[in-house]
Design a protein around this ligand. Structure first.
Ligand SMILES: [Zn+2]
Length: 97
């Protein structure tokens, strides 16, 4: 059973860490949580893909998502934006080859 508050905390940690490209995260606790929580692992991958995509393609920005603004689970927005941007980044990489 996954504690939702733990999910929020973990996501705060890894989004901040990825954004800063910092290794000074509580990496052990993040990784431990990601192993036990598929949802956070997915969010982590998506966010990392966004961060990488932005680093490689500075002009690419996640588009605002058509979900209603009252959607509270910010991490879901990250995940959706991440998938969209990751898809675009992959397409660019493939085209560039
Ligand atoms: Zn979680």
């Amino acid at each position: 059973v996954v504690d939702r508050q733990e999910c929020e905390r973990i996501r705060e940690l890894f989004t901040a860490a990825i954004d800063r490209a910092s290794s000074e995260i509580e990496e052990a606790s993040v990784r431990r949580h990601l192993r036990s929580c598929a949802e956070c692992a997915e969010a982590y991958d998506a966010h990392r893909a966004v961060a990488r995509g932005l680093a490689q393609q500075p002009l690419v920005r996640p588009r605002s998502h058509p979900l209603p603004p009252h959607v509270r689970f910010r991490s879901q927005l990250y995940a959706v934006a991440g998938l969209a941007v990751a898809g675009g980044a992959v397409a660019l990489v493939v085209l560039a080859r």
